[in-house]
Design a protein around this ligand. Structure first.
Ligand code: 5U1
Length: 682
């Protein structure tokens, strides 16, 4: 009997899942990549012809969904802990002594694991199906990155094997293999796009893309090494057995993990992994030892947010000596003038470094840095290379002191350092090319006015051509003049103009955020919009606050602005100052004159009808965007939280609401649709 389409699809999925498992978990692929691709395409074609047979866990369904506006927050039911560190054999021996003393045992075995230099993730499977994935965040709450994690081929969408628990939360590290990282950066350079400094940043940045299609293009992988909530499964007695079971369920677990009998075994593992490190296809920054017996872990418990039963044994930060050829000063969006070391290129931590940060002048003085010095450059894990210290003995007689320029290196205006601040700033505002460029890059960015296609390079070209002197000039650009620029096709020019046109209609908070007021990030901008409702009300508050700007007691400064939730004295002063700067007022007026507009945000008059109520938004509402609904709730005195708990008063659910809705139902939280929310607001 010929195979039915349904059976054919099921067989292809089984085969693809099996090959994936052999590739990512067993590290033992059985078919060449081309054959895998052929099976994949066959399945894709069948599913295209029979869309009714598509299931979310089909191997073809890794990339899906539209880009989101922002990540939702996820509360970790079991906190994601951090690890204590040690850097020497003695410190490790101290750890082992503490463990044995705490357990009153003479012999404790450990599991030794390589410590991947990636980004921590937690992934929840319900009845074997991947339902949620999140970042670590602060350990208690992270960000929901489910669509992005689904794109990682190594992370199964569906578990395999027997006795799969109804609820299984696994934790591990998503990483970018070194070869993939290099290839990605090469492509980015060729396309004039942002490159990442190292694979760890690349992994973290890739998982924080709002558009999962972008994540899908990044070569990410993952290994799991732990767990969070688990229900309906009897744990075996040891960690190594749990890892074996995770592997059997189809989850990738590092094949380098070993059980060792004692601290000598740990040190031996550390030495062996250290030797292997240069040849590993991914970056590691140390090894982790964990007490193997789970019952003993319970006994040992935690200190602060780290377990007493595990420790990371870090490899030393990589350092190299080189010559400091010069110190230059870079000017950022807010005018901050930062010293940057120009170095004789040196190979450190796997990359050639020719620039390193010197942070600020206090640091330069503290480290006694002179131009011409021999310096030690350090590159540790994810951080930007820095000048760690100076070898003073090697200082040449003609070494020069570093001094902060009194004039901006870009525009020549005065540089000032406000007392009490570590940072010196160019005073020219947007007449300084560097500040203008930074401000425009911010102005067009996704969470601000969101003008797609108007990238760094194009903005720089337009500034240099004298066409952009302030954000409002963006709205006077024409398709013809863009098309006349180098490397700009007519179609792309028109797309940019369309994006500019669309950005004229925005929201108050995006507009405030786009202005680039110091310390005013997205959530402060949202709070300001919700509190004042209109730009005029905000300007009036800033006006009223002006006489108090320098009040002796910080709490007496800018009371009208400080009345906004989360706005403290420093932020209030920045807002007040910014809005009084005549040049900034001109920018605001010019933008409005160019037709940038937004709907008024309703501010509750009199009693705040939603005072003390906590809301969670989920799914797509029929007419309101998430941000609009959030602003309306906040304006009425309510709070919007990212996750459902017993403290939630209402869940506002739209189309395709996910696990938050289910959780609300389980907890008996009142569920509203958009109309229900509008009714409450009345
Ligand atoms: N391999 C490995 N990395 N790592 C990181 N195991 C491991 N365990 C961790 C962390 C933060 O934490 C648990 C011990 C809580």
């Amino acid at each position: 009997m010929p195979e039915t389409v349904k059976a054919q699809i099921a067989r292809l999925r089984r085969e693809l899942d099996e090959h994936n498992y052999r590739y990512y978990v067993l590290d033992d692929p059985q078919i060449p990549d081309a054959d895998y691709d052929r099976l994949f395409r066959e399945l894709q074609q069948l599913e295209e012809q029979h869309p009714e047979l598509i299931t979310p866990d089909s191997p073809t369904q890794r990339v899906g969904g539209e880009p989101s506006e922002a990540f939702e927050t996820v509360e970790h039911v079991v906190p994601m802990l951090s690890l204590g560190n040690c850097f020497s054999d003695e410190e490790l021996a101290d750890f082992d002594r503490r463990v044995k003393k705490g357990l009153d045992e003479e012999h404790v075995a450990y599991v030794a694991e390589p410590k991947l230099d990636g980004t921590a993730i937690t992934v929840i499977y319900e009845n074997g199906r991947l339902v949620r994935a999140a970042t670590r965040g602060d350990g208690s709450t992270g960000e929901d990155i489910t669509p992005n994690v689904r794109t990682i081929d190594a992370v199964p969408l569906k578990l395999r094997g027997k006795n799969i628990p109804p609820l299984l939360e696994v934790r591990g590290e998503a990483y970018m293999p070194i070869a993939g990282f290099r290839a990605f950066n090469e492509r980015a350079v060729a396309a004039g796009e942002k490159v990442y400094v190292n694979p760890r940043n690349a992994a973290a940045g890739s998982l924080r893309q709002l558009d999962p299609r972008l994540t899908a293009e990044r070569p990410l992988a993952a290994y799991f090494y732990g767990w969070g909530q688990v229900q309906g499964w009897d744990f075996p007695p040891t960690h190594i057995e749990v890892l074996g079971q995770l592997r059997d369920w189809g989850l990738p677990v590092s094949p380098l993990i070993e059980r060792v009998e004692d601290v000598e075994g740990c040190l031996d593992f550390y030495a062996r992994i250290g030797k292997q490190r240069p040849d590993l296809p991914y970056e590691i920054d140390g090894v982790v030892y964990k007490v193997d017996r789970l019952a003993w872990r319970e006994e040992l418990g935690f200190v602060a947010r780290a377990p007493r039963w595990a420790i990371a044994h870090k490899f030393p930060a990589e350092e190299a000596m080189t010559r400091l050829n010069d110190v230059e000063f870079q000017v950022g969006r807010t005018g901050a003038v930062t010293p940057v070391a120009r170095l004789e290129p040196v190979f450190v931590g796997g990359v050639t470094v020719s620039n390193a940060t010197l942070h600020n002048m206090d640091e330069v003085e503290r480290k006694d840095v002179h131009i011409g010095d021999t310096v030690v450059v350090r590159r540790a894990g994810d951080v930007i290379p820095e000048v760690a210290r100076v070898i003073v003995d090697k200082r040449p007689h003609n070494a020069r002191r570093v001094s902060m320029p009194t004039e901006c290196p870009v525009c020549g205006s005065a540089v000032e350092r406000v007392e009490g601040e570590a940072v010196a700033r160019c005073t020219a505002g947007l007449t300084c090319r560097a500040q203008l460029h930074g401000a425009l890059v911010h102005f067009v960015s996704r969470r601000a006015l969101d003008i797609e296609g108007l990238g760094d390079k194009l903005l720089a070209q337009l500034i240099d051509a004298g066409r952009l002197k302030s954000p409002a000039d963006i709205f006077t650009l024409t398709a013809d003049e863009l098309a006349a620029l180098e490397r700009m096709a007519e179609k792309s020019a028109q797309n940019v103009i369309d994006a500019i046109e669309a950005s004229r209609e925005t929201s108050l908070w995006r507009f405030l955020y786009a202005l680039g007021i110091r310390e005013v990030g997205e959530s402060t901008a949202q709070a300001l919009a919700a509190h004042f409702g209109t730009l005029e009300a905000l300007l009036a508050a800033a006006e009223a606050d002006l006489p108090t700007l320098h009040a002796e007691k910080a709490k007496d400064r800018c009371p009208a602005l400080q009345a906004v939730p989360d706005v403290g004295t420093v932020v209030a002063a920045h807002i007040c100052q910014f809005l009084h700067e005549p040049h900034n007022r001109q920018v605001i007026e010019a933008l409005q004159a160019e037709g940038v507009h937004w709907p008024e945000v309703e501010v509750a008059q009199g009693p705040q009808v939603l005072e003390g109520k906590t809301f969670v938004l989920t799914g797509t509402l029929p007419t309101l965007t998430r941000d609009e609904a959030k602003a309306m709730i906040q304006a009425a005195g309510g709070k919007v939280s990212g996750s459902v708990s017993t403290k939630t008063d209402y869940v506002v659910a739209g189309e395709a609401a996910g696990s938050k809705l289910t959780k609300a139902q389980d907890l008996g939280v009142e569920i509203l649709d958009e109309a229900g929310l509008q009714a409450l607001l009345q």
